[in-house]
Design a protein around this ligand. Sequence first.
Ligand SMILES: O=C(O)c1ccccc1NCC(=O)[C@H](O)[C@H](O)COP(=O)(O)O
Length: 231
Amino acid sequence: MSDATGPDTRRSATRVKVCGVTREADREAVVAAGADAVGVISGVPVDTPREVDAGTAGDLLAGVPPLVTGVLVTMPDTVEQAVDLATAAEPDAVQVHGGLSPGELGALGRRLHGDLVVAVDADADDLRAYAGPADALLVDSVDADGGGGTGQTHDWERTREVVADLDVPVILAGGLTPDNVAAAVETVRPFGVDVATGVERVEDGERVGGEKDSETVRSFVAAATRREVVA
Ligand SMILES: O=C(O)c1ccccc1NCC(=O)[C@H](O)[C@H](O)COP(=O)(O)O
């Protein structure tokens, strides 16, 4: 904890996950930037340029080096579906969005080899119920289907209360960018932060969905962790 005289160790230890990696070169850029986790999205019913097929997810996750966490991000209809995908892709952790109940998430967690990250709507009332089966709770600005990658921020003050209230590590997501992530960390004091669209490549003023910009990724990690950007 920070005080008037000492360093703020919680602040400097913020973990960073970069999500929606679809290409090997982007995975390498994310790792080189010093991110703690690489998210690969597969098995989602929503239309997103960040989704890859199960085989590609497995290949991308297999190339995540030791000491960096490869996260499979999915929206299963059933526990079985998530187990099958995780068995095929062999991630270090699984992040689940969508409609599984807390009971189903508990059953899923018991069948996974790695950690279970449960993504929840920042506006939901029953966050505590979802924290129970989760190894970490990802508090996100989700769309009507429960999917992420919306690029929208939410009420950080409320999420700060969630962080203070729950014992489980909380990862802040939703509309984070290199420009706002330091303020978000300062306000929410999360265990970690997560970004997808905020580090994508921009061409002719338009964001290119599914493609990361290595410079922006580096700036994001540096801003989230207060590290210097190394050219
Ligand atoms: O990114 C997606 O398109 C997506 C679709 C369906 C389920 C999950 C998805 N993303 C999960 C993430 O962890 C994102 O990083 C998170 O929602 C934050 O996204 P953004 O607001 O774009 O930073």
